[in-house]
Design a protein around this ligand. Structure first.
Ligand code: ZN
Length: 75
């Protein structure tokens, strides 16, 4: 399942939910700078422009960050 945010957003990203059973590695959440542990459901955020620089976020951290919308503009 995926979700696209493209409306008036130059930093469009695609967000994919990772189920607990799909999470098999440790990741670092950029929202709180803490680990996401294996077996923990979370979100993968993929910039549409730059799919190589995807990030793994805690679901709660991503929710707060995307609601706040304070990401700096690129370019
Ligand atoms: Zn977090």
């Amino acid at each position: 399942m995926s979700h696209r945010f493209t409306e008036d957003d130059p930093d469009a990203v695609e967000v994919r939910h990772v189920q607990p059973y799909q999470a098999v590695k440790h990741y670092r959440c950029p929202g709180c700078d803490h680990d996401i542990r294996p077996g923990e459901g979370h979100e993968v955020v993929v910039p549409v422009d730059d799919p190589g620089s995807r990030r793994h976020w805690h679901t709660g951290c991503w929710h707060r960050a995307s609601t706040r919308r304070r990401r700096p503009k690129r370019r």
